[in-house]
Design a protein around this ligand. Structure first.
Ligand code: NAP
Length: 385
């Protein structure tokens, strides 16, 4: 046995050294060969280790980001998706249906409300869209809404997510002069009512950075029905011009006024947006919207104006039986009735949207039958049609 083989044996490298066993070459040739073999082995091992490391890193990254939907929990957290994370990840897929799919398929949804958000409007609307809201409510009423911020918010989120204008439904309002801050009226207050409406709607187009509005609402009817009708005619002409696709009315609580307007309208209202305090709820409006397919009943202050009811022990128990908070149970209740709540959430966006996803996917069924709906309505002291 050569000297080399003894060295090799002592190093437990016999298998490799065997190659040299019957060699007639001298020891220095053996050593050279062995050095070459070791070098090759080293290369093979290094390449193997590097490939494994790359593979493990790739699998880890994919498991963390590739199938995350916007707003999905990251690392078990429940906070809203951090806006700045989205462009960085760049791999986020959106399973969220577009506004037209939501409305066409009558999917349960919430409308993102932008009132009272002031300078945070842009950031909150951007986050809302990234988290999955597609229908957005605003008004050309600087006293309560920052319509420009809403425009900046949806456009910025659309750019991040690669969405187009027609993935959204943007609804805004013409607010009569008496509801405006006299020092900040977004139209010329000495113009005729129709001209105020045209100016307001064109201002909304600029603020929202769009060339059409999915819906324009009269923020509240006038005391005189004739003025309401004049306003309506001006809104109809905006539909004729193709600037507005749908028109609606808000804060209309006299059923007589509403049904008269509906009757006289050449272009019928498609949205009724009202305050929802359950004890004052007038079921005639809901019955009317149910009887007129294509009409939507939207409700605001659904959580804030009914807080005292939602604290009731019975409602807390009903909600917890479904594994829900009373607020989500309330949203589910209204959706079951055919009422679409507005939701201006700042900190519960992800929670509210996850709830909607589960509702759409059938993971949650709020009510098994009519009796359960009636039980909740009774607890809320709300008359149903
Ligand atoms: N047509 C009109 O005259 C009129 C009048 C008022 C409002 N609006 C529209 O309606 C929108 C909504 O307004 P709103 O008055 O209904 O109320 P809101 O501004 O949406 O306030 C709802 C409150 O409920 C909380 N919330 C949301 N989801 C929750 C959850 N899952 N659990 C616990 N709390 C939850 C929110 O808290 P966080 O913020 O912490 O999430 C917020 O404090 C407005 O932004 C506006 O667009 C229209």
């Amino acid at each position: 046995m050569s000297e080399f083989k003894r060295v090799a044996e002592s190093d437990h490298e016999l298998d490799f050294a065997d190659e040299f066993d019957d060699s007639d070459e001298d020891l220095s040739g053996d050593v050279q060969q062995f050095a070459k073999q070791r070098f090759r082995l080293l290369i093979i091992v290094s390449v193997g280790v590097s490939l494994s490391a790359i593979l493990v890193t790739l699998l880890y990254v994919l498991s963390k980001v590739s199938f995350l939907a916007p707003g999905e929990k990251v690392g078990g957290g429940t906070k809203n998706t951090v806006v700045n994370d989205i462009p960085k990840l760049g791999l986020v897929l959106s399973p969220t249906p577009s506004a037209s799919e939501i409305l066409r398929d009558n999917l349960p949804h919430l409308i993102y409300g932008t009132a009272w958000k002031k300078n945070s409007t842009k950031a909150l609307v951007e986050t809302a869209v990234i988290n999955g809201f597609r229908i957005i409510d605003t008004a050309n009423q600087p006293k309560h809404y920052n319509e420009e911020g809403t425009g900046d918010g949806w456009t910025s989120a659309a750019e991040i997510l690669g969405l187009k204008r027609n993935d959204f439904f943007l609804q805004t309002k013409f607010s009569p002069l008496r509801d405006q801050d006299s020092k900040n009226v977004p139209y010329n207050k000495s113009e005729s009512l129709p001209d105020m409406i045209y100016q307001s709607a064109h201002g909304s187009l600029l603020n929202l950075q769009t060339d059409y509005l999915d819906a324009l609402m009269l923020h509240s009817p006038y005391k005189k029905f004739d003025d309401t009708l004049t306003a309506w005619r001006a809104m109809e002409s905006l539909v004729d011009d193709g600037i507005v696709l749908q028109i609606g009315i808000s804060n209309c609580y006299k059923f007589e006024t509403f049904s008269k307007l509906y009757e006289m309208a050449r272009i019928k209202p498609q949205i009724l947006q009202n305050h929802l305090k359950t004890i004052n709820f007038d079921p005639q409006f809901l019955q009317f919207t149910r009887d007129h397919p294509g009409m939507q009943y939207q409700a605001f202050c659904t959580l804030t104006s009914n807080k005292h009811h939602l604290q009731k022990k019975e409602i807390r128990e009903l909600a917890s039986r479904k594994g829900l908070s009373t607020q989500l149970y309330m949203y589910g209740f209204l959706l079951s009735l055919g009422i679409t709540p507005l939701d201006g959430s700042k900190t519960h966006q992800v929670e509210d949207l996850e709830f909607l996803r589960k509702l759409r996917g059938g993971e949650i069924k709020i009510f098994e039958n009519e009796e359960e709906i009636n039980e909740m309505a009774e607890l809320l002291e709300m008359k149903l049609p």
